[in-house]
Design a protein around this ligand. Structure first.
Ligand SMILES: *Cc1c(COP(=O)(O)O)cnc(C)c1O
Length: 438
């Protein structure tokens, strides 16, 4: 009999060559616990065989405080026993009302209304639909969207369209809508971005509905950073033509860049703010799109045809909202920003050490994110070095998932200095092993 092979199709995985998925039984803090090789199906049987893997990417950028924070576990248990799910048209519930108030209080006064959905992609889709609807309903339709080259906003067709045209979505390119791209404002090359934007603004007077961006840090596009001043300049140029600003803080939100939201560092107030990933502390999926009162008002009408035609079945799920409320309470009660500062300090020291290596370059850091590029001949997402780095790190029980030849760390905030040292050491060993094999 052939060996059992799971029917599950995993994301961003080439199953013809990928190793079997690692089976995780439990998670706590910065660690994932996997079944040991000789374990039976019941993990309780042989806990000493458990393999303990440090989660250096916060399980794809979602976990904020750490896995299974007891306060969030409790809030979810209590809510699950009280009310599981309720239709969100014509009905509401306390967890959603409480969360809405909390989010509106911790963001700028300009953002006065909130629409819940169920993921980062849907939060962005909603923002795009609101922006287009705003102009339509105010009687001056605008059709175009400006976006950065190399951006990532999700994997649905709308969000793929406003993302950079990369290998990720190449196959579907003919099905996407057109977007006006501006070059990523890399340090030292900002003027080409400003010039391109100026030209677009001149050529498309009164036809640009919105500018969408990942503030300060492009995630899936390769962990690329740019300065708050540059973001401020670009957004001021857009604002001068009334263009709506859509901040996609799905990844940067909730402390990743060292402040609650990345926009704060640029003193930038968006018209639409997209949140997900860290919204529930990474515990459950939930999306939120906050918008200005002006946008809400554009749809507010006795005419039914002007309502916002969008829903997600599980939008504002009570259990997800309870997780988000518990996570935000942790932000209030525990020194979360101080933890992110500690991580940033450790990263800065590690960057200093790593910069002595001749096999990496472009070491960069923003808040809790530290990234570097491995010098290879086939740079890019499909670089052959990716799987070698990944396997070598995993063999040391460190989970990092390089984006091609870019290696990065984005740890949960509970990670201690020792946890981080373990990751830095594993990186050094991996670079020695993988790059200097003879
Ligand atoms: C992950 C991500 C998304 C998509 O979120 P999903 O929950 O995976 O749909 C959108 N924007 C950014 C910036 C992201 O990092």
């Amino acid at each position: 009999m052939s060996e059992y092979k799971s029917p599950i199709w995993h994301p961003y995985t080439q199953h013809a060559i990928a190793p079997e998925a690692i089976h995780i039984d439990r998670a706590a803090g910065a660690y994932l616990f996997a079944r040991g090789k000789d374990n039976s199906d019941n993990p309780e049987d042989a806990p000493e065989n458990e393999r303990c893997i440090i989660d250096g990417v916060s399980s794809w950028w979602v976990i904020s405080h750490g896995h299974c924070h007891p306060d969030i576990v409790r809030a979810v248990q209590n809510q699950a026993a009280a009310c599981d799910q309720v239709i969100f048209a014509g009905f509401t519930h306390e967890p959603a009302e409480e969360l809405a108030e909390k989010l509106i209080n911790i963001t700028d006064d300009h953002l006065s209304n909130i629409f819940f959905s169920d993921s980062g992609s849907t939060a962005v889709e909603v923002a795009l639909k609101m922006a287009i609807g705003f102009w339509e309903h105010t009687g001056a339709p605008r059709r175009k969207i400006i976006a950065f080259e190399g951006g990532y906003h999700g994997d649905t067709f709308g969000t793929m369209s406003v993302g950079g045209r990369s290998i990720y979505h190449k196959l579907y390119q003919p099905y996407m809508f057109d977007v006006e791209y501006i070059p990523f404002p890399e340090e030292g090359k900002e003027s080409s971005c400003f010039d391109a934007l100026e030209k677009i603004l001149k050529d498309n007077q009164d036809d640009i509905a919105a500018f969408i961006f990942e503030p300060l840090l492009q995630g899936a596009g390769g962990m690329r950073i740019y300065s708050p001043d540059v973001l401020k300049t670009i957004s001021d140029m857009c604002r001068a033509q009334g263009i709506l600003l859509i901040a996609d803080e799905v990844m940067t939100g909730f402390g990743r860049t060292g402040t609650m939201f990345a926009c704060e560092q640029a003193s930038l107030i968006p018209d639409l703010l997209c949140l997900s990933k860290g919204l529930t502390g990474g515990f459950l999926s939930l999306g939120a799109t906050l918008c200005s009162g002006a946008i809400y008002k554009a749809f507010y009408h006795k005419d039914k045809s002007k309502m916002f035609f969008h829903s997600s079945s599980f939008m504002g799920n009570p259990i997800s909202c309870a997780a988000a409320n518990a996570s935000l309470d942790i932000w209030e009660r525990e020194p979360v920003l101080e933890r992110t500062e500690q991580i940033a300090k450790s990263h800065a020291d590690a960057a200093c050490q790593l910069s002595k290596r001749s096999d990496i370059n472009n070491i960069r850091q923003k808040g809790t994110m530290l990234a570097m590029d491995i010098i290879v001949d086939d740079a890019g997402y499909l670089s052959n070095i990716q799987s070698e780095l990944y396997s070598s790190l995993l063999s040391q029980d460190v989970l990092l998932r390089p984006l091609g030849n870019s290696l990065y760390i984005l740890p949960p905030y509970c990670s201690t200095g020792d946890d981080l040292d373990k990751i830095y050491c594993a990186i050094n060993k991996t670079l020695n092993d993988v790059l200097h094999r003879v």
